[in-house]
Design a binder for this molecule. Structure first.
Ligand code: TXA
Ligand code: MG
Length: 325
């Protein structure tokens, strides 16, 4: 199949992209977190193409993206007031809320689950595209299943063929995927960590206190132990045994440090700020995946705020090397 092409986010290109979506095609587009691979969320055949392009297992459900709270009426029959309180605080933004699905949403979107994941992204291009298309857009991250998430248009191009159009909205400002939460009777539960932290959420609505009878992998089938992985071995300092000869390895520090004995060194941030490190995470891993090094050694970052999401992604990226088949 032909390589997809990258397009500037002009009004004409966004309009061409919404025509592709309306006629059942796929478009890769920027969001503030990572690039998404979108299809009309109401069109089961279009959504099926996402699973094929990504080589994604059918049991892993998709997030539906909206541009307006009124879009919820066609997606979810629920009137949980907490959704509106959370939306007021965090939408548009990197928070995904799982809610009961209406029958307009085909089963393929939710992998047969009775609930659908919804978020309103804050990237202008994403919002314009959803508005112009006139449908909510189902979109996972625009990478091959299990591989590094894309935070630039070029990262999408590297992994995906068969996508007619990639809209270039620049480098993503958040850099890691949205926080995913589910609303239980007694409060929310975090299924995936992201930029919207537990502390930020509890300022709006209580957290679930139930600890028993909850199975995270079952609740969110996409939350596998191995994910977001580069094509090269990855080791975390202090957590994994690092090969002694690092002369052909890359070292990734949290903030700039002198490091000898490695072929290359990169830092996730220039100043030790976690938000900057989150933006650096997939960018640096993509760069090192392409560089002439044999393996990657990464330092840990402080596990608070978005640092929890960074370490979650790093451990998932390293998992398959520690647990070979
Ligand atoms: O930031 C993001 O969320 C990006 C951008 C493009 O919006 N999207 C993204 O999608 O990361 P994806 O498909 O790579 O991850 C979606 C996650 C998966 O872990 C999936 O299992 C979970 O959300 N999920 C989706 N629908 C769900 C549902 N109905 N119930 C439980 N978990 C769900
Ligand atoms: Mg993904």
């Amino acid at each position: 199949m032909n390589k997809p092409s990258i397009f500037e986010p002009t009004a004409a290109n966004i309009s061409a992209a919404s025509n592709i979506l309306r006629s059942g095609g796929l478009v890769a587009f920027p969001t503030e977190t990572v690039y998404g691979l979108g299809a009309n969320a109401f069109d089961a055949n279009a959504v099926a193409k996402i699973f094929i392009a990504k080589e994604r297992p059918a049991f892993d459900p998709l997030i539906v993206h909206i541009s307006d709270l009124a879009d919820l009426e066609r997606i979810s029959p629920g009137r949980d007031t907490r959704v509106f309180e959370l939306a007021k605080a965090f939408w548009p933004g990197p928070l995904t809320i799982i809610m009961a699905k209406s029958k307009n949403i085909p089963d393929i979107v939710t992998s047969g689950l009775p609930d659908v994941a919804v978020r309103m992204p804050s990237h202008n291009v994403a919002l314009q595209l959803i508005k112009q298309t006139g449908f909510p857009i189902a979109a996972p991250s625009a990478n091959k299943f299990g591989k590094l998430s894309p935070t630039t248009a070029r990262h999408v191009m590297k992994q995906l063929t068969g996508v007619e159009m990639i809209i270039d909205g620049g480098a993503c400002k958040v850099g890691v995927e949205s926080t995913v939460i589910r609303l239980e009777n007694d409060g929310f539960r975090i299924l995936r960590y992201g930029a919207i932290t537990e502390k930020m959420l509890t300022a709006i609505t209580p957290k679930s206190q139930l600890t028993e009878g909850f199975d995270l992998p079952q609740a969110s089938p996409g939350l596998m132990k191995s994910h977001y992985s580069p094509d090269k071995q990855l080791f975390i300092v202090g957590e994994h045994a690092i090969p002694s000869d690092t002369s052909r390895a890359a070292y990734v520090s949290f903030k700039p440090t002198e490091k000898s004995g490695f072929k290359m060194a990169r830092s996730l941030s220039s100043n030790g700020e976690l938000q900057e490190a989150a933006v650096g995470l997939f960018r640096v891993l993509h760069e090192l995946e392409e560089a002439d090094v044999d393996f990657i050694v990464v330092e840990t970052v402080p596990e608070n705020g978005i640092g929890i999401a960074i370490m979650d992604r790093l451990r998932k990226a390293a998992w398959r090397f520690q647990n070979p088949l």
